[in-house]
Write a new protein. Structure first.
Length: 377
């Protein structure tokens, strides 16, 4: 096997992959309608449920060919009964994306906004549920990847269920990293894509959720042809295949990534991401960077650092200096504050972060940013 140049991706996905996962894509050409391919898909779908400790009788996974946003699109447009409303608990960019999906489909919705650096207020959530008995679907994001804040999904889910609504959670940036227990966490549907926690490639996304609710949704209004949850589920049930062409090579890579996931183990993998996250925070602290999210609210996977008040600060130049040396850093996603992000996803460990900070410090020096970095107030 040729060794491939190893880049350390500190962006919020796609993440750094192992060479064995990269090479798993190189397979003899196959038509995905062959039985051989179908049987691979069956095992894959069960594994995706097991990662969130779901009982495979009660929960299933439904695959789509697309990036992670396709899951948000699918859940919003497929799981809303006629004449009912969606509520989105929104404290960041990814929940805002769900609001935009509702706008595009013309779905009646409540955009329940909270500040991006704050945990949603449970009393406000409960009041809104109480005052709007037509809310049938509630959606939020687990780790708001725009900032790295962790939303208390278990508590929110309990409340949502008390008011008889279905709870969908965007777990794209926690799935297969931070342990999730679909049933205990009160989740009806969660979602992810192969290029994040699983450390595989872009092109395969999936919704893991409650079979009974999917079956009930058979009669709900059909608002999309390609992105309907029931249609895709039903086709799987009848044929064991995806309705339309699957991302064949990404599926082979993901099967290898799953082997590596079970081999590393849920707890050990989470411990590794935590180690990486602590190394990132230590490095940022040492250079004097401020972060957006309070330590106790961080999901442990994304650090959002505030741009220093230094006339020499130049994100693009700093990015390019690091990029040329194999490290990718990423801009923030908050409209009111200028930030950049360093993420703990991918097949990386503490030593990679220590190497990164040597390069990052040199990058700051190369543009003459004062160290420790300075803030105006
Ligand atoms: C990455 C991510 C997505 C998907 O984004 P794509 O650009 O479509 O891959 C969705 N939700 C969250 C929380 C994410 O982190």
């Amino acid at each position: 096997m040729l060794s491939i140049k190893r880049n350390i991706l500190l962006n919020p996905g796609p993440s750094t992959t192992t060479d064995t996962v990269k090479y798993a894509q190189v397979v003899p050409d196959i038509c995905p309608r062959e039985k051989e391919f179908g049987s691979l898909m069956e095992g894959l779908r069960k594994d995706l449920v097991k990662i969130v400790h779901g009982d495979t009788q009660k929960y299933t996974s439904v695959l789509f060919c697309g990036s992670g946003t396709i899951n948000i699109d699918v859940c919003m447009n497929s799981l809303l009964p006629e004449g009912k409303k969606v509520m989105i608990i929104n404290n960041g960019a990814y929940s805002t994306r769900a609001v935009e999906v509702c706008q595009y489909y013309g779905l009646p919705h409540i955009d329940l906004r909270f500040p991006v650096d704050q945990i949603p207020d449970m009393t406000v959530i409960e009041e809104t549920l109480k005052n709007n008995p037509d809310i049938a679907l509630v959606h939020t994001t687990h780790n708001e990847t725009g900032t790295g804040i962790l939303n208390p999904i278990r508590k929110i889910g309990a409340l949502v269920h008390r008011y008889g609504a279905v709870f969908t959670v965007d777990t794209t940036s926690t799935y297969a990293m931070r342990p999730i227990h679909i049933e205990e966490d009160n989740i009806d549907f969660c979602m992810a894509s192969a290029q994040k926690g699983l450390m595989s490639f872009t092109g395969l996304s999936f919704v893991v959720g409650n079979r009974k609710i999917i079956e009930e949704s058979a009669d709900y209004p059909k608002r999309s042809y390609y992105c309907n949850l029931f249609l895709q589920y039903d086709y799987f049930q009848k044929t064991g295949e995806m309705h339309f062409t699957p991302p064949v090579q990404t599926i082979y890579a993901t099967l290898q990534a799953l082997k590596e996931y079970w081999h590393e183990g849920e707890q050990a993998k989470w411990a590794r991401h935590t180690r990486v996250f602590h190394a990132i925070n230590d490095g940022l602290d040492e250079l004097g960077f401020r972060q957006v999210i309070k330590p106790q609210w961080r999901a442990g996977l994304v650090s959002s650092a505030v741009y220093p008040d230094d006339p020499n600060w130049d994100f693009d130049k700093i990015h390019d200096y690091c990029y040329e040396r194999g490290f990718t850093i990423y801009p923030g996603k908050i409209s009111t504050t200028n930030t950049f992000r360093l993420c703990a996803l991918g097949a990386i460990d503490k030593a990679d972060i220590e190497e990164f900070f040597k390069v990052f410090k040199k990058a700051l020096q190369s543009v003459h940013v004062a160290i420790p970095v300075r803030y105006g107030d």
